[in-house]
Write a protein that binds this ligand. Structure first.
Ligand code: PGA
Length: 242
């Protein structure tokens, strides 16, 4: 694992944007794996600026998102479909038909998981962007998820729902289930960057890098991937040995 430690969130976003910009400059038809949550917002902002300044184009880029809540209408403001549209897709020159998120209708969730997995199995993500949960999850692969899992339906942990509550009005509104790429899908990516900012990520970051490779810390599986770069700020890296 390559570790990049910078001062603050803005610098995390800046370092990550350099890697994505390099990727799109050298391979304009790249397949990107995208994440939601608060962490990648600064990165997306910088990619929007680079696109508007014509440094990069998304015209030939394809994207696959990690996950989506189950049971929220795709038009719900907190659905990841809406998040991606407002934080990135509507502001860049991407062809919306090249963007992919799991469909999330509760009545067909297992069919949607299979369909998304089939799409992923027929492609290979060049660069996967990840955040990390305070409990060590990646995507919505919660602690205890078998490393062999492919796209599946997950019951979210109480901690994850609390962490994500600030996007909603109350804990009750945070969905209990989600559809997520599995660890196996994530590990097939050619290259991975994981972004982390803030003290609440420091424990998970320490265990991911220095702990045992264990299903109880899903991100620890990344120790087994040949091309991972972790970009973190001072606070997120504060538990790492100096
Ligand atoms: P966050 O979530 O970016 O909102 O902290 C990260 C994650 O849960 O993967």
């Amino acid at each position: 694992m390559k570790l990049i430690i910078v001062k603050n969130y803005d610098e995390v976003s800046e370092e990550a944007s350099k890697i994505v910009i390099d990727q799109l400059t050298s391979h304009p038809n790249s397949i990107l794996g995208l994440a939601t949550g608060s962490t990648p917002i600064g990165l997306y902002q910088k990619l929007i600026e680079a696109n508007q300044m014509k440094k990069i184009s998304f015209k030939n880029v394809t994207t696959f998102n990690l996950d989506e809540y189950i049971g929220l209408d795709m038009k719900h403001p907190q659905s990841y479909h809406q998040f991606m549209y407002h934080q990135l897709f509507s502001k860049i020159d991407i062809n919306m038909s090249n963007t992919h998120l799991p469909k999330n209708d509760i009545n067909h969730m297992h069919e949607h998981a299979k369909a998304y997995n089939d799409l992923l199995s027929n492609t290979k993500i060049d660069l996967q962007i990840l955040g990390i949960g305070s409990n060590g999850h990646i995507g919505f692969n919660e602690p205890g998820t078998p490393f062999g899992n492919e796209t599946f339906i997950v019951k979210l942990e109480e901690q994850t729902r609390k962490d994500n509550m600030y996007f909603f009005n109350s804990l009750e509104e945070v969905p209990e289930y989600a559809i997520t790429m599995g660890i196996k899908n994530i590990m097939r990516s050619k290259k991975i960057i994981l972004l982390a900012s803030g003290i609440e990520k420091s424990d998970a970051i320490y265990k991911m890098i220095y702990g045992d490779v264990t299903e109880s810390i899903p991100a620890s599986v990344l120790q087994l991937h040949p091309n991972v770069t972790v970009i973190m700020d001072d606070q997120a890296s504060s538990k790492l040995p100096k």
